[in-house]
Ligand binder design. Structure first.
Ligand code: ZN
Length: 84
């Protein structure tokens, strides 16, 4: 049996509820709203194509950030410090 996480979308044409599954993350059978998708799952399903089961419209998972996101480095600890 396959484990997966689910992102809940709505068809932009007919409004039908559409679930897109991802195996990218912990796959604890979690469900995410399309407005708060974890980045690893978003990267996994970005560009995925499927057909709406109700109105048969061809759809593609998209995102305003496209394929690139801004990244940065968090400072965990500064070197050359005498902590002892
Ligand atoms: Zn539809």
């Amino acid at each position: 049996m396959g484990m997966f996480d689910t992102v809940n979308f709505y068809c932009p044409v007919c409004g039908a509820s559409i679930d897109v599954q991802s195996k990218a993350d912990d796959c604890m059978l979690k469900e995410y709203d399309r407005s708060e998708v974890p980045i690893r799952i978003a990267a996994d399903i970005l560009g995925e194509e499927f057909t709406c089961g109700d109105c048969k419209t061809k759809l593609e998972v998209s995102s305003p950030i496209g394929k690139y996101v801004q990244m940065y480095l968090n400072i965990l600890s500064i070197g050359n410090s005498n902590e002892s």
